[in-house]
Ligand binder design. Structure first.
Ligand code: ACM
Length: 511
């Protein structure tokens, strides 16, 4: 790095204001210093080398800078003869970095220093940096293009350690590339979890080697009569690894004992006598299917299924669904949840389930996902279980925006962009407070969408608001301030070719 002591030209930057930049989620603390860092071909990226994951974060930044600006910045390459400016991604054990995802960003005239305890923190930090790089270079300040990044200091940490979106790949199947494109956008807005709803009445989407008919039979259908599809275990592992490269954990869900028509169609011994006879289902009804909670063979089947998926899911969680088992007798439902929890734990995972599972006597380490019932959420909190907050009325991405928008349903109401943003997980249910909450999730059910373009129409721009609800402190949440920053996401959304709903509530920054 001593090589960088070449003659530096003094650039007279126009006055900048870091605190006025359209960052989402809004950082915890931003202190502007009025000057700027000029990103150009003379910039190099260096990282701590004690942890190879930091160098990987540096390469990720370099690649993204290249696709945004065309600049090719070396990472830890010592032969930078014309090095003038430095971005340093530093592993730091500072006590000020309280959570694994905390980071500090110091932007000065000649250097950018990013401090983080873990590579995950560094990864969140480079998303902030990427959001500060303008789309257009400044070509007037010096004899070459310069991307002007406002100077100052950002100190940042997430409100919740679990910030997630769910994708229902069961009602309609989405390809690996469609899922990866969604992961890219989630990463940009600092999500750290992707929940995949891998099975439902209309389709089974993950290869289980010991039970091949699940995909051969159960995978060949979807809502509306399309051909369905499924991920081989190799494809699923590819999604998991792609997410992990972006410090995003995949939470696999096999929904049961209800929502299991496609499984029971594949293996009729699973079928519960009180449920509707399995057949190929392409409609949107719910609540008519169930596994038989009384049969030992059902649990040995589930031991195989959960075991195979757990083995290729490095994250700590396994989601068992548990919602809308309307034809399962309550005593059978409770028996089922308690037995499946043991299987999940045997495979070294923590059980997650939709809020109905709180009716069973579950382990306090199991996690309850509030989607519908405040009573169930309170039961979970009483039990000492943490909650994932995703109320249908506020956080379901498949609810229509308004009466004129395309796609989506409205059984939980319309969710315009402001309504999706204007609520606080911490005060949503009386009696539930921050210490009961693991985090927030925005689920996207796919009854009415069948490709990436339609997926994006429902998810964007609302998912960007849930990113802020999950990350930023409650006193930073302000619709008037947020909507201006949201409007400024257009260059990113356009560059990524993301099909967002141009809600009239936002004055979009279009050319
Ligand atoms: C759900 O929406 N049935 C969890």
């Amino acid at each position: 790095m001593a090589a960088c002591q070449t003659e530096k030209e003094e650039i007279n930057f126009p006055k900048t204001d870091l605190s006025n930049m359209p960052m989402i989620p809004k950082p915890l603390k931003t202190i502007p210093t009025g000057s700027a860092f000029g990103l150009d071909a003379g910039t190099a990226i260096y990282t701590s080398t004690t942890d190879p994951a930091f160098e990987k974060v540096g390469r990720f930044l370099s690649e993204n800078i290249k696709s945004k600006t065309g600049l090719e910045l070396g990472v830890n390459s010592s032969s930078e003869a014309k090095l003038e400016r430095l971005i340093y991604i530093n592993q730091s054990d500072s006590v000020d970095l309280e959570t694994p995802e905390s980071y500090q960003l110091y932007i000065k005239k000649d250097s950018i220093l990013l401090n983080a305890k873990t590579a995950a923190g560094a990864f969140r930090g480079i998303q902030t940096l990427q959001q500060l790089i303008p789309t257009k270079s400044n070509d007037t300040l010096t004899d070459h293009p310069l991307w002007v990044i406002p100077s100052g200091k950002i100190t940042d940490a997430p409100k919740y350690g679990y910030r997630s979106s769910m994708l229902d790949v069961a009602r309609h199947f989405f390809t690996v590339d469609e899922v990866k494109k969604y992961i890219d956008a989630l990463a940009y807005y600092k999500f750290n979890t992707l929940h995949l709803h891998l099975s439902d009445d209309q389709g089974w989407r993950i290869e289980i080697k010991s039970w091949p008919k699940l995909t051969e039979v159960g995978g060949a259908s979807e809502v509306g009569g399309g051909e369905g599809g499924f991920y081989t275990q190799e494809e699923y592992k590819d999604i998991v690894a792609y997410a992990a490269d972006r410090h995003i954990t995949v939470v696999p869900e096999i929904d049961m004992p209800g929502h299991t028509n496609s499984a029971s169609l594949s293996y009729p011994f699973l079928h519960y006598a009180g449920a509707e006879t399995p057949r190929v289902r392409t409609d949107m009804k719910v609540g008519y299917s169930s596994f038989d909670a009384q049969k030992d063979t059902v649990y040995s089947f589930l031991d195989d299924v959960i075991g195979e998926i757990a083995a290729i899911s490095p994250g700590p969680y396994f989601h068992i669904g548990g919602d809308e088992s309307h034809v399962t007798k309550k005593s059978d439902y409770i028996l089922f949840v308690e037995k499946v929890e043991k299987i999940v734990q045997k495979h070294n995972k923590r059980m997650v389930g939709w809020d109905e599972i709180a009716q069973a006597d579950i382990d306090s380490k199991s996690i309850v996902q509030l989607w519908n019932s405040a009573d169930n959420a309170l039961k979970a909190a009483d039990n000492g279980s943490k909650l994932i907050v995703s109320p249908a009325k506020k956080a379901y991405l498949d609810m229509k925006y308004d009466s004129i928008s395309e796609f989506g349903l409205h059984w939980a109401g319309y969710i315009p962009v402001d309504v999706g943003y204007n609520w606080d997980p911490e005060t949503y249910v009386e009696g539930i407070s921050k210490e009961n909450i693991l985090g927030i999730e925005a689920p996207l059910w796919s009854e009415t969408i069948s490709n990436g373009t339609e997926l994006e129409y429902l998810a964007f721009p609302r998912i960007i608001g849930y990113a802020e609800l999950g990350w930023s402190p409650s006193d930073h949440l302000d619709w008037e301030d947020y909507k201006v920053r949201l409007a400024a996401q257009v260059p990113y959304l356009e560059a990524m070719q993301i099909n967002y709903y141009p809600s009239k509530l936002v004055d979009w920054n279009k050319e």
